[in-house]
Every structure is written in C-alpha cells, then in structure tokens.
Write a protein that binds this ligand. Structure first.
Ligand SMILES: C[S@@+](CC[C@H](N)C(=O)[O-])C[C@H]1O[C@@H](n2cnc3c(N)ncnc32)[C@H](O)[C@@H]1O
Length: 212
C-alpha cells in the first residue's frame, strides 16, 4: 500500500452547514477569548504566507483558507498552529467551489483571491475559480459592505475578472476603484512577492458587497 503523507490533511465537516466558530482551536491559556465576528477567507492560499502574515499583523482578525492541494493545506495549517495562531487561523484541504455553499450567510468580512487560475488551456476552463457562480455564493456569505479583493499579474485575466465583477449586480467598486495601486492588508502572498521582485505589473481589484 502506498504511504500517503497527507492522509491526515485538515478537512471540513463532510455534510451540512459549517459552523465557522467551531473550526478554530481553543485560544492559548493567556488569552481569555478569541476574537468573534466576521471572518476573512483566502481562496487558494498556496504556500500560505499571506494568511500567516495577516494573522500576525492583525490580532483581531480570523482567517480561513481553502486550498485544494492537500500538501500545502497540511503544511500551512501546521505552520499556523506552530505559531500559536490556530485559534484565529485555519487552512483546509478543500475545493472552495464545492464547500463555500455550505458556509453560513453573512459570515465573511472580506474574501481574498490572490493570483488564481494558473490554467490557460480551453479544456482546463472548468477549473476556473473566479466565475459568476462563485460570485453568487460570495454575495450570500459576505456581510453588507464586505469586500472582495482579487489580484493577478496576467493582464487579460485582470480584464476578465473585472468584467465578471462589473457585470455582477451584487458588487460595486470601492471609492477610487475597482483598480487600486496597492492594498493595505499588511501581508503579501508568495506570488505577489515574486511579482513585486520581478517588477511585473499587478492588477489589483477591490469591490464591496452592495447588499443592505
Ligand atoms: C497560482 S496559485 C497562487 C497561490 C497563492 N494565492 C499566491 O498568490 O501565492 C493558485 C492556488 O489556488 C489553488 N486552487 C486552485 N483551485 C482551487 C479551488 N477550487 N479551491 C481552492 N484552492 C484552489 C491552487 O492549488 C493554488 O495553490
């Protein structure tokens, strides 16, 4: 039998609506309670440094990451716990498109999608994450005024994401947006760091959920 090093990868409950508060570990003994309220979601964190840096920079923030690659979900979730951040951050080995419909309404304050969709062949289109169907789901999950941030260093993809977001009735650009020069999240994704290092132009899009 082949030994699967990621057989124990972190997974979400298999059925029913997911109670997000129950996903976090207990807070460390020197902290009476963990922060409550809307949670931030990262779709496809990959090697995970955005989530870790964000948790370290903002003690009031909780972040859930959904990463389809079991290896990276396992490694990053362990890293988060080793740094004493498991009461505010978790990464799960899940396909965001399949699991987000089971997240509760108005549970997310912000959603990050950094450099998604690294597929270019027509036959891989079914793998695309940022589609109008995902936006329909996010509309329900985001609180009123909740934000969706998307960035890419592929110009055509930036145009495509902007078009799908501009067409969606539930989202509106933030003031001065949707294209913003930089963000204020005090964290960088691994791909973002590389793009900055190589001076690649980055399209950064920031929208709000119009729901009232
Ligand atoms: C190009 S990588 C970018 C990684 C990271 N966001 C960054 O900026 O460095 C895209 C990531 O999205 C993940 N991914 C792709 N489809 C996904 C899905 N349906 N659900 C969750 N993660 C997904 C991939 O496994 C990969 O880690």
């Amino acid at each position: 039998m082949v030994n699967d090093p990621y057989a124990h990868c972190p997974r979400l409950p298999e059925e029913g609506q997911i109670n997000l508060d129950e996903l976090f570990s207990d807070p460390p003994v020197d902290q009476v309670s963990a922060p409550k309220g809307p949670i931030e979601l990262e779709i496809g964190p990959g090697r995970g440094w955005f989530t870790i840096e964000r948790l370290e920079a903002e003690p009031q923030v909780r972040v859930i990451g959904l990463e389809i690659r079991r290896k990276w979900a396992t490694i990053v979730d362990e890293r988060v716990k080793e740094r004493g951040l498991g009461h505010r951050g978790r990464i799960f080995a899940e396909d965001a498109r399949l699991t987000l419909p089971r997240f509760p309404e108005n549970s997310l304050g912000r959603v990050y999608v950094h450099f998604p969709d690294p597929w270019w062949k027509k036959r891989h289109e079914k793998r695309l994450v940022l589609t109008s169907s995902l936006l329909d789901t996010l509309t329900r999950l985001l609180i009123p005024g909740g934000e969706l941030f998307v960035q890419t260093d592929v110009a055509e993809r930036g145009d495509q994401y902007q078009a799908v977001l501009d067409d969606h009735a539930a989202f509106e650009p933030v003031a001065g947006g949707p294209r913003i020069a930089d963000h204020e999240f005090i964290a960088r994704s691994p791909r973002e760091r590389k793009a900055i290092e190589y001076e690649l132009p980055i399209v950064r899009l920031l929208y709000r959920n119009k729901k009232s």
